[in-house]
Design a protein around this ligand. Structure first.
Ligand SMILES: NC(=O)C1=CN([C@@H]2O[C@H](COP(=O)(O)OP(=O)(O)OC[C@H]3O[C@@H](n4cnc5c(N)ncnc54)[C@H](O)[C@@H]3O)[C@@H](O)[C@H]2O)C=CC1
Ligand SMILES: O=C([O-])CC(=O)C(=O)O
Length: 328
């Protein structure tokens, strides 16, 4: 019995993500919320022959009901990029949207897991944390920035370089944040060894860091990644759901490092310093983050340098989010 709400369900990500969640047999209730078009999306998805119940919630008056009695809220609400924009350019609009949605979750389902997709994730997750703190219900183990698309791209882009690699099973830990150089793939620590030259690793790292731009450019004004993001979001939601059901699952995610202060020490020493938030591999359970998983070995010198670069940019992004939420 797992109830999931998708907030922003009528959007480019929201629609295919909701469909994939309808196919997830662990989901028993699916609440679809948006400020436009969601009754049609919900009616359409509700005809898919799986056992879950789909309900539509339209507009701010139905927001409280949309997030009542839920175990997990997935948030892809907000505007996407157009060519020439950075993710940070989305802050002005998306910051307020995420704040409002998280306030509603805090008031109606304070124990729900929250998975934030809306960009800029490096700032929207700190906003969500501040909102939850202000409402007195912040549990760092239950708040997640969804960085799965970076992990998905890393596996797939390695496969583009080496056709003997299985993109579906290769796991590359990706740490840091979710924009440009804050995205740090640790190719040297992949789940199975990947033999690449130094220049290939540099190019691969750059491609993973700026993978979102490839899609923004190809869509030419019609938005950013939606289908691969729906896949990534559904995969992350499924990992959270498997955790809720008692399985132990490991996924990288952008979290508050307070979720596991002892486990965070390794990444702090590697360059995260005193940052409050960082993407790290986490083990999930019914409590959310059960621990930050050790990287298992030292990243390469190139990767350590990339972590230092990421930390500097992340610090500013986090402060922007915190200041917004505090009204500073
Ligand atoms: N974390 C990640 O890896 C990724 C994040 N994104 C981000 O996801 C967000 C959504 O992208 P798309 O689905 O392509 O955009 P979209 O514009 O197609 O859909 C956004 C949806 O949010 C809804 N919305 C707007 N304000 C809302 C509110 N106050 N409450 C509820 N719903 C609201 C809109 O009506 C629309 O249906 C963007 O911020 C984008 O940058 C996109 C790809 C990857
Ligand atoms: O690039 C964007 O704006 C959307 C995104 O976060 C991604 O595709 O990784």
């Amino acid at each position: 019995m797992v109830s999931v709400a998708v907030l922003g369900a009528a959007g480019g990500i929201g629609q295919p993500l909701s469909l994939l969640l309808k196919l997830n047999t662990s989901v028993t209730k699916l609440h679809l919320y948006d400020i436009v078009n969601v009754p049609g999306v919900a009616a359409d998805i509700s005809h898919v022959a799986t056992n879950s119940e789909v309900k539509s919630f339209l507009g701010p008056k139905q927001l409280a009901d949309a997030v009542t009695g839920i175990d997990l809220a997935v948030i892809p609400a907000g505007v996407p990029r157009k060519p020439g924009m950075t993710r940070d350019d989305l802050f002005k609009i998306n910051a307020g949207i995420v704040k409002t949605l998280v306030e509603a979750i805090a008031e109606n389902s304070p124990r729900a897991f929250i998975a934030v997709i809306s960009n800029p994730v490096n700032s929207t997750v700190p906003i969500a944390a501040e909102v939850l703190k202000a409402k007195g219900v912040f549990d760092p183990r239950r708040l997640f920035g969804v960085t799965t698309l970076d992990v998905v791209r890393a596996s797939r882009f390695v496969r583009d370089l080496r056709s003997n690699v299985d993109a579906a099973s290769l796991r590359v830990p990706v740490v840091g944040g979710h924009s440009g150089t804050t995205i740090v793939p640790l190719v040297s620590l992949a789940s199975s060894p990947v033999e690449l030259s130094e220049s290939e690793i540099k190019e691969l790292t750059n491609r993973i860091q700026f993978g979102g731009d490839e899609v923004v450019k190809a869509k030419d004004g019609a938005g950013s990644a939606t289908l691969s993001m729906a896949y990534a979001g559904a995969r992350f939601a499924d990992s959270l759901i498997r955790g809720i059901k008692g399985e132990s699952v490991v996924e990288p995610s952008f979290i508050a490092l307070a979720a596991d202060p002892a486990g965070a020490e390794e990444i702090r020493k590697l360059g995260a310093g005193d940052l409050e938030f960082f993407a790290v591999p986490v083990e999930l359970s019914d409590k959310g983050v059960s621990r930050i998983v050790s990287l298992g070995a030292e990243p390469s010198a190139f990767e350590r340098e990339a972590i230092a670069v990421a930390a500097e940019a992340l610090s500013a992004n986090i402060t922007t989010g915190v200041n917004f939420a505090k009204g500073a």
